[in-house]
Design a protein around this ligand. Structure first.
Ligand code: NAD
Length: 273
C-alpha cells in the first residue's frame, strides 16, 4: 500500500463492516474525480481562486460577467468545461461501481461530471445536478449535451479568451449549454450558490443516509451544506461512518490517501481476502 499515513487496522475494520453491511451509501465529492483530471474548486490553484464563487457560482453574477467582460467569462467556461469534457472514470469510480457485484449500493454524489454513471454505478443520486443536462427557465428538462458537443464548445471558447470578444460571440459558443429562448434562459442542470438541491434525488439521499448502516465519505471537505450534513445524519442513525481523503477529516475515522488507491484496496480486503 503506497499511502504512508494509511491506518491499516482501520482499513481492515472498515472492510469487515462493509462485508457485513446491508444498507451501503457511498457519498462522494470533488476529490473522487481529482484523479480523472478534474480539479477540486477549493484547492489553492482551484477554480474559485481564479474565479470568485460570489461572482461565478451565481446565475446573476455569471451573466453579469458574460455581458460586461465576455472574454473573462469565456476563460471561466473553458476552465470549468475542458477538464470535464475529457475526463474518464478513474480507479476510484470503477471500484465503487464494482462494489455492486457484491452488494446493493447507493451512491450519493455532489459531483456534476457524470463519472459514476460512466463507470457503471447504477443507483446514483446527483444532489448537485448534472453539468451535461440542460433545464429550461421553468426548471423542466430540456435535453442532454454529448461529450463531443462539449469538446466542440471547448474548442470554440479557446479563441474567445481575449478582451475584445463580444457577448454574442460568447453566447454562440456556449449555446448547447446556456442561452435564451422566448421562454427565458436555459442552463446546465446544476445547483448554483443559494439554490435548492436537486429533487427528488436530495429527498432520497436524506432517507438513504438516515437508513444506512455503512456510510463511506470519499473526497469531500464536507463544507457545502446541506449535503455536508449527510454523514452526520448517518452517524446519528448508528451507521459506521468512515472517510477517505488525502487530508485529515475531523470527527470521523479517516483512511488517508487518494480515492483511486484506497477504494480498490478496501474492496479487495472486504471481498477477496
Ligand atoms: P471540496 O473541493 O470542498 O473538497 C474536495 C476534497 O477532496 C478535499 O478534502 C480534498 O482533500 C479531497 N481530495 C483531493 N484529492 C483527492 C483524491 N485523489 N482522493 C480523495 N480525496 C481527494 O469538494 P466538495 O466537498 O465536493 O465540495 C465542492 C462542491 O463543488 C461540490 O458540490 C462539488 O461536487 C463541486 N465540484 C464538483 C466537481 C466535479 O463534478 N468533478 C469538481 C469540483 C467541484
Amino acid at each position: 500500500m503506497g499511502s504512508q499515513n494509511l491506518d491499516e487496522s482501520l482499513l481492515r475494520r472498515t472492510a469487515r463492516s462493509l462485508r457485513s453491511a446491508e444498507r451501503i451509501v457511498i457519498f462522494t465529492g470533488a476529490g473522487v474525480s481529482a484523479e480523472s483530471g478534474i480539479g477540486t474548486f477549493r484547492d489553492d490553484d482551484g477554480l474559485w481562486s481564479r474565479f470568485p464563487p460570489e461572482e461565478f457560482a451565481q446565475l446573476d453574477g455569471l451573466m453579469g460577467v458574460a455581458m460586461n467582460e465576455p472574454g473573462r467569462a469565456a476563460e471561466f467556461f473553458l476552465a470549468l468545461l475542458e477538464p470535464m469534457a475529457r475526463a474518464q472514470p478513474n480507479a476510484g469510480h470503477r471500484a465503487i461501481a464494482a462494489l455492486e457485484k457484491h452488494k446493493r449500493v447507493t451512491v450519493i454524489t455532489q459531483n456534476v461530471d457524470g463519472l459514476h454513471e460512466a463507470a457503471g454505478s447504477s443507483r446514483v443520486l446527483t444532489v448537485h445536478g448534472r453539468m451535461f443536462e440542460t433545464v429550461n427557465a421553468d426548471g423542466s428538462r430540456r435535453g442532454t449535451v454529448s461529450r463531443d458537443e462539449v469538446i466542440a464548445m471547448v474548442e470554440a471558447l479557446r479563441p474567445l479568451c481575449r478582451p475584445s470578444v463580444d457577448f454574442a460571440e460568447l453566447m454562440t459558443a456556449v449555446a448547447p449549454l446556456i442561452g435564451f429562448t422566448e421562454a427565458g434562459l436555459y442552463r446546465p442542470n446544476i445547483v448554483l450558490f443559494g439554490e435548492s438541491l436537486c429533487e427528488p434525488d436530495w429527498r432520497y439521499a436524506v432517507v438513504a443516509a438516515e437508513c444506512s448502516d455503512f456510510f463511506l465519505s470519499v473526497g469531500t471537505s464536507a463544507t457545502v451544506y446541506p449535503a455536508a450534513g449527510l454523514p452526520v445524519s448517518a452517524k446519528r442513525a448508528g451507521a459506521t461512518v468512515v472517510a477517505i481523503d488525502p487530508l485529515p477529516v475531523a470527527n470521523t475515522p479517516w483512511l488517508a490517501g487518494a480515492a483511486g488507491e484506497i477504494l480498490p484496496a478496501l474492496i479487495k480486503e472486504a471481498f477477496e481476502s
